[in-house]
Design a protein around this ligand. Structure first.
Ligand code: SAH
Ligand code: SF4
Ligand code: F3S
Length: 451
């Protein structure tokens, strides 16, 4: 007798690293012979890969879990897994809150999913949240895209920004070796991938935990060294990296980006606040002057570079005047994109217990004002694409118009144009830009003239 294979579903709540973890865990489930199921309410194994960066991200998880816990009462063979950052933060407490759970596993345990599931199959309720040395990934991720791929270069974070849960839930920095990173990229190039995004919460910390100094006494294995080491991987046409930290961002890195043709002219460098006292209270380790100098230097070497960032409004004690410094920086830099958030007090972070918390009204009012400015500035920045010819890497169909394909410019602007995805997927296409919006573009494919 043959039984139908069990079907699994993965929902991802968090950042790029969380997405990359999901792809690796889905790869493990594929390997174990399970089948992907798009509908979480039809699946036999449900894995929620969670995020706890702000309270609303965490609460979302509990509402999803509540529905699955109910479903399990009618379907006892349902396997319920909570992975990621809420799992790490809550650990055992999650089992008390949702007794229907089979497995609670922190982000460092992602590559161990098979082993942990085997313990569940033996009838155990399992919690895996102890800090471990992350095993080199030998599994094959189930990647969402066939064109672009994430490659982790450093896990964890050793910074201590006073608002942030990440160091607590992702643990200490662990860099992969340049050889392992290059090998993964070579395999991706062979499989036809065209674009790689190198990932780390603080990617400028890459290599701090690896041995080696140069003859001149400079630390080896920096992000800059890594870019030089991997840039010629065959098949890979574009390289990006995120997230950059202003404290460690170097001119040497900027030069490398300008010099290496595959490295795209797009930088994601969160500034969080435009006020030096707020930055100090956040323990960010730089001033707004230093941040401005970094952007100036980038623009000296690469005048057309796209700049994106993250910012927090309503940090404890932030005055209206200090908030205006964030508005001013946003005005002056002219970001291509800015992710904004109202400060959210998080468990086990210093700022959460300070007494100078601001009201929700003040925070949401500041958020609205900043968001308005972000839209205005992004629309202005988009104007530089007018009548330009841009190189677009085609990723997929436009979900809103199947006669169009979509992809990104080197500067990371989403771009749509008429075309057949079957012919164009994974191609680098020259596109004449015809329509401009704040965060996306429309154009026409330039047909190469054959002499
Ligand atoms: N490592 C990156 C950011 C990681 S978290 C860095 O150093 O910038 C992603 C973003 O979430 C942060 O840049 C910050 O803007 C936001 N964030 C983090 N903690 C937050 C909190 N407690 N409240 C509101 N936003 C927060
Ligand atoms: Fe969080 Fe700061 Fe680390 Fe970024 S650098 S992940 S904000 S602690
Ligand atoms: Fe969220 Fe964890 Fe990423 S808290 S932002 S999923 S590192």
């Amino acid at each position: 007798m043959t039984t139908a294979p069990r079907r699994y579903h993965v929902t991802t709540f968090g950042c790029q690293m969380n997405k990359a973890d999901s792809e690796r865990m889905a790869g493990i489930l594929d390997d174990m012979g399970l089948q992907w199921e798009a509908d979480p309410y039809q699946a036999d194994v449900v894995l929620y890969n969670t995020c706890t960066i702000r309270d609303n991200a965490e609460q979302k998880v509990y509402s999803y879990l509540g529905r699955q816990a109910k479903r399990k009462q009618e379907k006892p063979d349902l396997t319920l897994i909570v992975a990621g950052c809420v799992a790490q933060q809550e650990g055992e407490a999650l089992l008390r809150r949702v007794p229907e759970l089979d497995l609670v596993m922190g982000p460092q345990h992602a590559n161990r999913l098979q082993d942990l599931l085997e313990q569940v199959m033996d009838g155990n309720q399992v919690v895996a949240t102890e800090p471990i040395h992350i095993m080199e990934d030998i599994t094959k991720p189930r990647r969402d895209s066939q064109v672009t791929a994430w490659v982790n270069v450093i896990y964890g974070c050793n910074e201590r920004c006073t608002y942030c849960v990440v160091p607590g839930v992702r643990g200490v920095e662990q860099s992969r070796t340049p050889e392992a990173i290059r090998a993964e990229m070579e395999a991706l190039g062979q499989q036809g991938y065209k674009e790689i995004t190198l990932l780390g919460q603080n990617i400028d910390a890459y290599g701090r935990d690896l041995p080696g100094v140069t003859a001149e006494g400079r630390r080896q294995n920096t992000l800059t060294d890594l870019l030089y080491y991997v840039h010629d991987v065959p098949g890979i046409e574009r390289i990006r990296f995120a997230t950059s930290h202003p404290r460690y961002f170097t001119e040497r890195l900027i030069k490398a980006c300008a010099e290496l043709p595959k490295v795209c002219e797009h930088f994601h460098i969160p500034f969080q606040s435009g006020d030096n006292d707020v930055l100090k209270a956040m323990a960010r380790g730089y001033t707004h002057e230093k941040y401005r100098r970094i952007i100036d230097t980038i623009r000296e070497y690469m005048p057309d570079a796209s700049i994106s960032a993250d910012a927090i409004v309503g940090f404890p004690g932030e005055t209206e005047e200090q908030f205006q410094k964030t508005m001013q920086l946003t005005e002056d830099i002219g970001f291509d994109m800015l992710n904004t958030a109202a400060y959210s007090p998080r468990p086990n972070t210093p700022a959460a217990v300070w007494e100078n918390q601001l009201s929700e009204e003040v925070k949401s009012d500041r958020l609205q004002r900043l968001n308005h400015l972000v839209n205005v500035k992004a629309a202005e920045r988009s104007q530089r694409y007018r009548d330009r010819i841009e190189e677009v890497l085609v990723e997929d169909v436009n979900p809103k118009d199947p006669t169009q394909v979509m992809g990104r410019t080197r500067g990371n602007r989403l771009t749509f144009f008429a075309g057949d995805i079957n012919q164009l997927k994974g191609q680098l296409v020259k596109v004449q830009i015809t329509e401009i919006r704040a965060f996306s573009l429309t154009g026409e494919q330039l047909i190469p003239v054959v002499a």
